[in-house]
Design a protein around this ligand. Structure first.
Ligand code: GLN
Ligand code: ZN
Length: 761
């Protein structure tokens, strides 16, 4: 007897097989296409995504997961949540206002952007303030109609749950959340009623904020929201969807009046399954079982997954099980089919979005008893994994031995900061409030084309090197002319701060088209750690030494730190992340040594991604931070006392980890602050942070050039709480996404602002 298990997807990548989505957005922003053409092209892309899922045989296909920028921003504008600094008079938010909120415009800076839970996706933070929510347009309804009309799909609208939306928003005291929820509920219910009216069956309500943890107040709030909703839309099947961690306490969710609950059985550390075993599963609910990893790129082991389904089936009847990925597939590339260059042993071990949907279908057939069709595919899957697991580079003795001996390495610099800082002051003789940048300068079309020519073999190595040298030389001249105090070489030779290192380390492989969205149109192509990571030869010495040869001012060496390399790579799933971080740290330790040996004695080791690796649950933070900090120290703590180690982090929200940041023991940290409006600065002050701090005095995510006065105020505000002697002045982040004109203008203003403040101190 065969049972039909329902398969579902939680969200499909937006960017398109060939990043058509990104290209369309950028064409519109640059004025190459108008709004009408933009909408037509986007509809085309949206349709392709629906069809791919239809072809994969998925039963519940998500709609409204598609967006023009970000789904949280969509939710905000749908409810008319537009901060008063923009020109808006109610009604559906026009496209250009929508983009202005995301990217800023001449009149107003952009909304804050921050990380989506523990991922490298960034959402736009809604600013609710005293605004009254109204439904200005029903985007899920439009998406549902589109899928039905264009592809005959009975779509499952996906919306951000009200609880999560409010948890991610700002502009009201946290204690007022219930009142704000009460203000929202009528508009939220109206949205769902319109869906019900249309004949929608399933609605997926994403509530990932649940997994962070629920106290009694949170539980009461969820009850209020969901009783309100469910009473108003008895005709809808509501799926309360959680992901990225265990939903605890599960008993609280089981009591909510929803028809289905979606749980992550991959990233929950086993807690969801354990809770179901303990509590049983209510007869009136479906279980959305997130069994395929929505965050990894590896083929699933079918036997492990079937065993999991069997365990679930002890508590939930098969016809009440919905098989789905653990989260939206937003976090993985579109299809392995585009990868023509990988060796078969590796390629066969990969599964991107489309392949994951196929895996789901296969598991559903096999678990439903349809062994005939499934068996051959299952065997193929087992074989592919066996070949991959046996690759010798995945079990190197030398690497294992070094990692084993890592604990014997010294754990700190030879002198504590308070002592080495004096030696460093003597050596470097920098002015008060030294100015610098974060590393990269504009990656212009010219730079990208040159790299492409070299990659394609049109240019030989020497010609490309010459090109990079000329860029470096121009950047050095400009920085001297602008009056910056500590220079950078500009990172022209780098595509991306992780890929560049991956290409030079052992253990990595590269996809041709494995892009994922990071924020807005910005996509990243994470390199893949498929084997043991090891140092092969110096990676950055050539460019740094050349840059330093052109100037008497210090030029910072520029590396990406171990935790960021880890967090921005797709990582093998047979070793712990800690173990892999240690392998990377040991490799970087060699590179730091090579730089120092070559006379580069200011070395910046960027860790912008340290925060995003932080586990979602507070009780897991300490362990993560311990090994993350240890990895950074292993990479950097062997330098001379006079060598100045810098680090850089972006996206603020470090308030809860300043202790760890301090323990990294970098001599100078540069950090984003402009978008967090200074909240962070006082956190450093509270912590008596005594090392150098580079204050991000302007937002590099927007092309806007801030006035001298604005930056002067930013600096002065910071100096009210922090000591001028420890202060550095820099932009928020690297400048590679900016154009030269705005970069030059902004840096010129920044140096003037620093000068103004210096005069007063
Ligand atoms: N050094 C890097 C750059 O300037 C840092 C980038 C980052 O923090 N994301 O591009
Ligand atoms: Zn940054």
């Amino acid at each position: 007897m065969t049972t039909k298990l329902i398969t579902s997807n939680l969200g499909y990548p937006r960017i398109g097989k060939n990043r058509e989505w990104k290209k369309t957005l950028e064409a519109y922003w640059s004025g190459k296409i108008g709004e009408q053409e933009f909408r037509v092209e986007m509809a085309d892309i949206q349709l392709q995504h629906l069809q791919s899922q239809q072809q994969a045989g998925i039963d519940l296909i998500p709609v409204n997961d598609f967006t023009f920028y970000d789904h949280v921003l969509d939710t905000a504008v749908m409810f008319g949540i537009v901060p008063p600094r923009y020109d808006y008079d109610g009604g559906a938010v026009p496209l250009d206002l929508y983009f202005a909120m995301a990217r800023g415009n001449a009149a107003a800076p952009a909304c804050e952007m921050t990380k989506w839970f523990n991922t490298n996706y960034h959402y736009i933070v809604p600013e609710i303030g005293s605004l009254t929510p109204r439904l200005t347009e029903n985007k899920p309804l439009a998406a549902y109609r589109f899928a039905k009309a264009q592809a005959g799909i009975e779509g499952k609208p996906v919306i951000v749950g009200l609880y999560t939306f409010l948890k991610l928003s700002k502009g009201f005291p946290a204690a007022d959340i219930s009142e704000v929820a009460a203000r929202f509920l009528p508009a939220y219910i109206q949205l769902l009623q319109e869906l019900q009216q249309e004949g929608v069956t399933w609605v997926q309500i994403d509530e990932p904020a649940i997994v962070i943890g629920l106290n009694a107040e949170n539980i009461a709030l969820l009850k209020t929201i969901y009783s309100g909703i469910s009473a108003a839309v008895p005709g809808l099947n509501l799926i309360l969807q959680t992901y990225f961690e265990a939903a605890e306490p599960l008993e609280a969710l089981l009591e909510l009046p929803v028809q289905a609950i979606g749980l992550d059985f991959v990233h929950d550390g086993g807690a969801n399954l354990e809770a179901i075993g303990r509590l049983g599963w209510p007869e009136d609910k479906w279980l959305g079982a997130g069994i395929i990893d929505g965050r990894s790129i590896w083929r699933a082991d079918p036997d492990t997954k079937l065993a999991l389904i069997e365990k679930l089936a002890l508590h939930v009847p098969l016809d009440r099980l919905i098989l789905q990925p653990s989260s939206s597939l937003l976090h993985v590339p579109v299809t392995v089919q585009s990868e023509g260059k990988l060796k078969p042993a590796v390629k066969q071990a990969l599964a991107f979005a489309d392949e994951k949907l196929t895996e789901l279908r296969l598991l559903a057939s096999a678990a439903g008893g349809d062994n005939g069709t499934a068996e051959a595919e299952l065997a193929g899957s087992r074989e592919a994994l066996a070949v991959f697991r046996a690759l010798p580079e995945r079990g190197r003795r030398d690497v294992a031995e070094q990692v084993r001996r890592l604990d014997e390495l010294p754990d700190s610099r030879s002198l504590p900061f308070a002592e080495r800082v004096k030696l460093q002051q003597d050596k470097w003789r920098l002015p008060l409030l030294p100015t610098t940048t974060i590393g990269s300068f504009p990656q212009t079309a010219e730079v990208r084309q040159a790299r492409l020519k070299w990659r394609k073999g049109v240019w030989n190595e020497e010609r490309y090197d010459m090109f990079v040298r000329r860029q470096i030389a121009e950047a050095i001249t400009l920085q001297e002319e602008l009056g910056l105090d500590v220079l950078v070489h500009g990172e022209f030779e780098r595509t991306d701060m992780v890929e560049f290192f991956g290409e030079k380390l052992g253990g990595y492989l590269f996809t041709q088209n494995g892009w994922v969205q990071s924020y807005g149109s910005r996509c990243v192509k994470p390199p893949v750690i498929y084997a043991d990571v090891a140092f092969i030869q110096p990676m950055t010495v050539k460019e740094s030494v050349y840059a330093q040869s052109l100037t008497k001012l210090p030029v910072k060496g520029m590396l990406t730190g171990p935790v960021t390399i880890l967090n921005w790579s797709f990582v093998r799933d047979d070793l712990s992340r800690e173990e892999v971080a240690k392998q990377i740290a040991l490799a970087l330790r060699h590179e730091v040594q090579a730089l120092e040996d070559a006379g580069i004695e200011m070395i910046q080791v960027d860790e912008p991604a340290i925060r995003e690796g932080l586990p979602l649950k507070a009780e897991d933070h300490e362990n993560y931070l311990n090994w993350a900090v240890r990895s950074f120290r292993v990479a950097t703590n062997h330098v001379k006392d006079t060598t100045q180690v810098h680090t850089h982090m972006c996206y603020s929200e470090f308030n809860d980890m300043i202790g760890a940041i301090s323990a990294m023991d970098a001599d100078v940290i540069s950090i984003e602050t402009s978008r967090s409006h200074g909240e962070l600065i006082s956190a450093f002050e509270d912590h008596d942070y005594d090392k150098g701090i580079g204050l991000g005095v302007y937002d590099i995510h927007s092309p806007r050039v801030p006035e001298v006065e604005e930056m002067t105020q930013n600096i002065e505000r910071a100096l009210r709480v922090l000591d001028a002697g420890q202060f550095w002045i820099n932009p928020d982040c690297g400048l590679k996404t900016r154009g030269w004109e705005e970069t030059e203008a902004a840096l010129r203003n920044m140096v003037l602002a620093a000068g103004n403040v210096r005069k007063k101190n």
